[in-house]
Design a protein around this ligand. Structure first.
Ligand code: ZN
Length: 287
């Protein structure tokens, strides 16, 4: 009050106006800051929602989600091509009785079959409660090798032990194998549905491929009693699309199905699978 006596009325009015103006300005800035904060958070929310929607759409429409074939078997950019180009045929392809002969010279020479046991090394493939796919793939492949040799075929294998072979290399190794008439890739399947079961043969759209695939799935299903899952055609399978010969991928059964997984680990059941594939190859090639 005391200080007021020294100021004119005009000065007091000016001060009040100024104080009101400042208060208005402060509130206005506060409002704007609030509006800006709301706008920014809405923007971030919209971006997050959009990202989520894009991921969802990509997941729904991606081919790997709509089919049961393993991701690794699908066409992806090559990263291992240089590795195989440095290897000679002898280094890159190995018979299970290496050191010995790869050819069964005492029998009819009916052509070369390339057997490709799936996965290997750090790539385990799918997993059952007790065993890795890569091990089952190799066990069946080795049994198949013996049976094909007994039928007079020469056999080459893309791996004979627990070593890693790149997915692109497998087709290249087969193509490097002069005179190879067919490529049999051995795999085990897996599904989120634990009830899924049965043998399936995957291949690319080609008359010969489909013919061999049908023979294999029918023979294996017939000998093992497994459900016949039929032939599945998918054109972006690396091995089948890159191999310059008849090529099929045998998904012998589902490791995600407890009962079938037990069968697939059983040597007697593996023998039946190998026999089914060998009979199919035998019929496919003919006398
Ligand atoms: Zn596999």
């Amino acid at each position: 009050m005391g200080s007021r006596t020294y100021k004119s009325d005009e000065f007091d009015r000016y001060s009040e106006r100024e104080a009101r103006r400042r208060e208005w300005y402060r509130r206005e800035m506060q409002k704007r800051r609030k509006a800006l904060a709301i706008l920014v958070s809405m923007g971030i929310g919209a971006i997050l929602l959009l990202t989520f929607l894009i991921v969802l759409i990509v997941k729904i429409f991606s081919p790997t989600d709509t089919s049961k074939v393993e991701n690794e078997l699908l066409n992806t950019p090559s990263s291992e091509l240089s590795l195989v180009n440095n290897l000679s045929d002898d280094e890159s392809l190995s018979g299970p009785d290496s050191g010995n002969s790869k050819r069964t010279s005492d029998k009819l020479n009916r052509g070369i079959i390339v057997i490709d046991p799936g996965h290997g090394g750090y790539d385990s493939g799918c997993i059952s409660s007790t065993k890795y796919e890569k091990d089952i793939d190799l066990e069946i492949a080795l049994a198949l090798c013996d049976k094909l040799k007994n039928k007079g075929f020469d056999v080459y294998m893309t791996r004979t032990d627990d070593s890693f072979v790149g997915i692109n290399d497998r087709a290249i190794l087969a193509n490097d194998c002069e005179g190879a008439v067919a490529l049999i890739s051995v795999h085990q399947n897996s599904s989120e549905e634990s009830s899924d079961e049965g043998v399936e043969v995957w291949t690319c759209d080609n008359e010969k491929n489909e013919q061999l695939a049908q023979l294999v799935v029918d023979e294996v299903s017939g000998l093992t009693g497994a459900i016949n899952g039929g032939v599945k055609i998918q054109d972006n399978l690396v091995i089948c699309s890159k191999a310059e010969m008849t090529a099929v991928i045998v998904e012998c059964g589902y490791l995600s199905n407890k009962r079938e997984a037990k069968n697939l680990s059983d040597p007697a059941y593996q023998e039946k699978i190998a026999e089914g594939i060998a009979v199919a190859v035998d019929n496919f090639i003919g006398p």
